[in-house]
Design a protein around this ligand. Structure first.
Ligand code: FE2
Length: 293
């Protein structure tokens, strides 16, 4: 696959860090127009109380409205397991199309079973406005973006590239954070290694924007790096680590990790493009499968 990389276009990227989930949401603006895209928005949840709020999404909306921008796309790099997407809430206020990788169907099939969803839960990705295949392109104003298929963390992960900016989703973390786990259902450490190599084959000067940062060893939160920095310094894949070394390390590490705190509500909402499921009476309701994950 040859991707339509264009380093001459330099989008304006605004990052919004969500402290509750360590997620970074982005507003990506075409430098030659007033059009923009959102990558990986967050809906706030107090899971203990079952309460949903929209402070994080409102901040994104306010920035877009204040700058008079047109929102073309609301992109999910994957079905997140650690935060809930605010895509439908944002779409309601600002428009734009909600897009995700076409392999969402695999994720819907897997978690449709785990959450014992009925036949009314479609497993064909139809909850989303667009399903991206590897290499698919789309426009944000005059700026072309494209999707790179990068499975491993989940089977539906995509990295999105617009001009000289790539949004890594959960393939890579900052160089001192390494890589994302690969042990969720459908995850695969070898596939993740291969996907990371694909990302690292982008030009050295490509700006790379992370979806998460946990500030390892007490450093301040960061989200921006480059392909060159990752190749040289990433603690899991940098400096020429082999596929075998990576698989061994990743598998051992993943076996010790706890489940993300919000995995149960996140999956149910995110596999529905951010819609909260409803029960037979139309009430918004979440399930907890006992010993199901
Ligand atoms: Fe993730």
């Amino acid at each position: 696959m040859t991707y339509p990389v264009n380093m001459d276009v330099k989008p304006i990227v605004s990052a919004h860090f969500d402290e509750a989930t360590n997620t970074i949401s982005y507003i990506v603006r075409d430098p030659s127009s007033t059009h923009c895209a959102i990558i990986d928005s967050v809906m706030d949840i107090d899971y203990a109380a079952g309460r949903i709020t929209y402070d994080h999404a409102d901040a994104l909306i306010e920035e877009i409205e204040t700058q008079g921008l047109t929102l073309d796309w609301i992109i999910e790099t994957h079905v997140h397991a650690d935060h809930l997407s605010a895509a439908p809430y944002i779409q309601d206020k600002l428009g734009g199309k909600i897009g995700v990788g076409e392999k969402i169907m695999v994720v819907q099939e897997t978690f449709g079973k785990i959450f014992n969803e009925g036949t009314e839960f479609q497993r064909d990705g139809s909850q989303f406005d667009a399903l991206f295949k590897d290499g698919d392109t789309y426009m944000v104003g005059n700026m072309q973006g494209f999707a790179m298929y990068t499975p491993g963390h989940t089977p539906a992960c995509m990295v999105h590239v617009m001009g000289d900016a790539a949004f890594a989703g959960d393939t890579l973390f900052m160089p001192d954070g390494g890589s994302a786990r690969a042990d969720f259902p459908g995850g695969d450490a070898g596939a993740l290694y291969d996907s990371i190599q694909k990302v690292l084959s982008l030009p050295d000067e490509m700006r790379l924007f992370m979806c998460h940062d946990y500030g390892p060893n007490g450093r301040a939160i960061e989200w921006e790096t480059t392909v060159a920095e990752q190749k040289a310094h990433n603690i899991h894949v940098g400096g020429g680590k082999t596929r075998e070394q990576f698989i061994k390390f990743r598998t051992e590490r993943d076996a010790q990790l706890d489940m993300p705190k919000l995995i149960i509500p996140s999956l149910q909402v995110n596999m529905r493009a951010g819609e909260i499921p409803t029960d037979k009476d139309g009430k918004q309701m979440l399930k907890v499968p006992v010993n199901g994950l």
